[in-house]
Write a protein that binds this ligand. Sequence first.
Ligand code: ADP
Ligand code: MG
Length: 348
Amino acid sequence: MIEDKNQQRTQLSDLGEFGLIDHLTKHFKIKQNSTVKGIGDDAAVLKFDDKKIVVTTDLLIEGVHFDLGYMPLKHLGYKAVMVNLSDVYAMNATATQITVSIAVSNRFPLEALEDLYAGIEAASALYQVDLVGGDTTSSNKGLLISVTAIGTLEGDSEVYRSGAKPNDLLVVSGDFGAAYMGLQVLEREKEVFKVNPNSQPDLELYSYIIERQLKPEARQDIIKLLKDLDVKPTSMIDVSDGLSSEIIHICKQSQVGCDLYEEKIPLDPQVISTCEEFNIDSTTVALNGGEDYELLFTISQDDYTKIKANPNLTVIGHIKEEREGLHLVTRADTRIPIKAQGWKGFND
Ligand code: ADP
Ligand code: MG
């Protein structure tokens, strides 16, 4: 045992996820000229012989990030790749390789891991990335899966979280809140199943939102679309933790404020009807639900005509001066400050 001489005890929940990362890493100095961008964006940017690449990694833990009670292993494999590719696309890069590391307890038979890898294979085939390595080890309990994704950049095409300017438009791909509501439905069905194992749930009404929870797609198509439209975002981030958290990241790192219009936030009809059924406010779900894996970005007003007719993209607000703050402009035309949520990870 390592003797603990440090008597001070600080709760991790006091720091929050980003406070913790910052606290642990702030003394690390960049030593290599090849490190263009280190910690603090969706992926790191490295440059070798004038060629830039991006690297990003994510760790998923059973019982924290997924529940095998309703998450089939094949879907888990697929999703573990998607959450990483999403960070690569958020840098405006092309994903090229992945590594996959797993820790498994002996409760899993070979066939289960074959299912996991079938999902990884399906994702790799569809998104044209090569599985080039990883690590395999045992765990005392449960399953851990960590994926690292690598991507390439053309010239200086990278887009950081920090480039938003006042008057830029705030744009999103897709719609929001579906993965969260899909999870609510799956959790409810799990409880019903516990009471009555013979129940045959009819999930037809919830097909879209369940698919968004179990089989998200990273928005490679949007990166290609933006290139085809000749639009380079001024800043970009992927939406993994909820729209409000990602808007805060962009505004903080760009030192700007923003107005976000509630009525503009794209919602699928299934999200609206399921929110009504669960008696939850759909705007709250869209802002704080998370796991949407859509892209949130800012563009110059000059590029508006290039994107305005596109059904995949929605302008949800605009960037303002930092001193003006971050606000949600509600349907009733009131202005509510957008605030960071506590970090779920250490508060549970
Ligand atoms: P994302 O939500 O896009 O995956 P994160 O919020 O996980 O990004 O991480 C934010 C930044 O902090 C990233 O640059 C990430 O690489 C870095 N980071 C996260 N955890 C650690 C850690 N334990 N040590 C060093 N850097 C970390
Ligand atoms: Mg990200």
